[in-house]
Design a protein around this ligand. Structure first.
Ligand code: FES
Length: 108
């Protein structure tokens, strides 16, 4: 694994997201409170698009059925809720982020 440049710092402003594609991976880069995170863009439940998810308190919520994941480590905080049923879902893949010379790199 090595670091790959994914964006310039000014391309992803505070509280914005950017999707990048590397090989067969869809990776979401998130600037949350001026800290950068890189996570798999697809929810581990039914591949909901997390680029449309809301980020609050370091947690991203899937727009489809509400699964919540910790941005720092991808841990599943709570699984999907469908009707009145609640399920579990797997943790999300995350990638190490490095900032160097105003550029964002992720380890992949
Ligand atoms: S697809 Fe994300 S919670 Fe169902």
């Amino acid at each position: 694994m090595s670091f790959t440049k994914v964006a310039n710092l000014d391309e992803i402003k505070n509280n914005e997201k950017k999707t990048i594609f590397i090989d067969d991976k869809e990776i979401l880069i998130i600037n949350y409170d001026n800290n950068y995170y890189a996570i798999n863009r697809r929810c581990t439940h039914l591949k909901g698009d997390l680029s449309k998810g809301k980020v609050e308190n370091g947690i991203i919520t899937c727009p489809n059925h509400g699964s919540k994941f910790d941005l720092t480590n991808g841990k599943s905080i709570s699984g999907p809720k469908i009707a009145f049923l609640k399920f579990n879902t797997k943790d999300l893949t995350t990638y190490e982020v490095k900032i160097e010379d105003e550029e964002i790199y992720i380890k992949i």
